[in-house]
Design a protein around this ligand. Structure first.
Ligand SMILES: Cc1ncc(COP(=O)(O)O)c(C=O)c1O
Length: 371
């Protein structure tokens, strides 16, 4: 029996494609790799990837092997952007996933697997130009690249790096990182070593650093902008729109007397007799606890303040502004249109976090509905 879920996330695939087109136009002639890690930021890898493949995306980037394999059926290049563990390498080479060379040892293991399998493994050199997380330090890179190029079974198709600060327009580190990247390219070019794919820009850089979207770069990697969100800081150059609406239903409407304490800890007490609705979504569904007594939801497109502390499965809201609301009515927790719309960025600000965490935090029981 198919029991409808009480909380669902509507994901607008047409808007996703529109966002992709806006990004692709803005960075042309550079090509676009869609970043699909963590199940497409929790939104559902295959539906999102299929829509993007349809819209003409040039490739996919993921964090780890199990995210890579399903994407291969879409017929676009799939690359692991972070790192590979030794035991993961043979299967990835066999599958034809593009692998990151984060150090010489990894390159040797990929080469051995490729030779064993009588295949050519496609790799991208991952430079650490200032992220401090993974990759070959830019200063060591020319020597390491020369070694890697000597290994059999490898097609060194690409070279890439990542920005920690690109949300800050004009940040010195970001410019320095691009200088370091270009210096590595120039150095190895003296030995005739070139790379067909060269990429650094993430969404932040696309919005804040035009330099990251022109030669020598010929690809960008974007994740959050596809979903219509932006880092909290930085410019919002692209006119992308959110693809997300989180909905639930009213499960109870009650008239409660003045002085009633609401929810755990009674952090709200009714100042007068009020109509109060209990809606069927809580922090298990991804509503930040920080919305307690601070956020609101939309019922009949009208903002209704959240009162009391929200709990795992339920949230209580003041209903005085919507006297005709009924049990079972739809509630928009996030999204909506016009002046009352509740943005991912609004939740991020209330929670004192960034939009990535909001998007990645919708709960398991939240049904993803693609519209
Ligand atoms: C290596 C790499 N490239 C690109 C991205 C995409 O970032 P964004 O979602 O900000 O576009 C990420 C995501 O964190 C990443 O780790």
């Amino acid at each position: 029996m198919d029991i409808p879920r009480r909380v669902w996330l509507e994901i607008d695939l047409n808007q996703l494609k529109e966002n992709f087109r806006k990004i692709a136009e803005a960075v042309a002639p550079l090509k676009v790799i869609a970043v699909m890690k963590a199940n497409a930021y929790g939104l559902g890898e295959m539906p999102i990837a299929t829509a993007l493949a349809d819209a003409g995306v040039d490739g996919f980037g993921v964090a780890e092997p199990y995210e890579a394999l399903p994407l291969l059926q879409l017929g676009k290049p799939v690359q692991i952007l972070s790192s590979v563990l030794p035991e993961e390498i043979p299967a990835m080479v066999e599958a034809g996933v593009t692998l990151p060379v984060t150090d010489l040892d990894t390159a040797r293991l990929i080469s051995e697997a490729a030779v064993d399998q009588e295949r050519t493994a496609t790799v991208h050199i991952k430079l650490d130009t200032g992220m401090g997380r993974l990759g070959i330090l830019a200063a060591d890179a020319p020597a390491v690249i020369r070694e890697v190029k000597r290994l059999p079974g490898l097609d060194c198709e690409g070279i890439f790096s990542h920005f920690p600060y690109a949300y800050e327009s004009g940040s010195e580190l970001t410019n320095l990182q691009m200088d370091r990247f270009c210096a590595v390219l120039d150095d190895v070019a003296r030995d005739g070593i070139t790379f067909a794919k060269r990429h650094m820009a993430n969404s932040d850089a696309i919005n804040n650093f035009p330099r990251a979207c022109r030669a020598p770069f010929n690809y960008v990697r974007t994740g959050i902008n596809l979903h219509g969100s932006f880092d909290t800081a930085g410019k919002r150059t692209l006119k992308v729109k959110s693809i997300l609406t989180l909905k639930t239903r009213i499960t109870a409407i009650r008239r409660l007397p003045a002085g009633t304490g609401i929810g755990y800890g009674h952090t709200y007490r009714l100042p007068r007799a009020m109509n109060v609705a209990t809606i069927s979504a809580g922090y298990a569904d991804g509503l930040p606890l920080a919305l307690s007594n601070r956020g609101s939801v939309l019922i009949h497109d009208t903002p209704c303040p959240i009162i009391g502390r929200l709990s795992m499965d339920y949230t209580t809201v003041a209903l005085d502004c919507v006297p005709d609301a009924q049990v079972g009515d739809e509630v928009i927790c996030l999204g909506g249109s016009g002046i009352n719309a509740i943005a991912v960025e609004d939740w991020a600000m209330l929670k004192n976090t960034h939009p990535y965490e909001i998007i990645c935090s919708f709960g398991n029981r939240v049904e993803r509905r693609y519209v």
